[in-house]
Design a protein around this ligand. Sequence first.
Ligand code: AMP
Length: 150
Amino acid sequence: MGAYQHILLAVDYSGHSDICARRAKDLAKKYQAKFSLIHVLDNIPMPDTGYGTVISLTEDSGYALLEAEKDRLKQIGDRLGIAQSNRWLIWGTPKQEIVQLAEREQVDLIVVGSHGRHGLSLLLGSTANSVLHYAGCDVMAIRLPDDSVF
Ligand code: AMP
């Protein structure tokens, strides 16, 4: 049995998400771990889907923005060979939802991206920092190229 049995990849669909995805996939393969994927919707208004904060990936919500998000998650999940049942689209605050899902699903490694921080973003903190701080399991922060300008 490998050191990690359940690896959770958190994706924000930024330009560098692929770097994290490749690293997480390699680890899942190396440890023959269950491989899960989460995207948290924090930038679209919550439609009245009746699903609560965990959004069904199989039913049609009839809400264009939500369908587009489901489609993006499907593309990444398909590319990484992640089982449908291990893909999570959740509405809320990324740092909270990532940590809560990890606890609920008994994840033992969370993979997130990490940008070099300076200026205002350093003061405000980052998802990676918060996950590292609050998660009850290991967290791997993949250093991403920094293309911010301040
Ligand atoms: P940030 O520090 O907020 O720029 O994000 C760093 C990392 O946190 C990203 O590379 C993702 O791994 C994760 N993350 C940020 N936002 C989200 C989100 N909405 N859903 C899932 N993961 C996220």
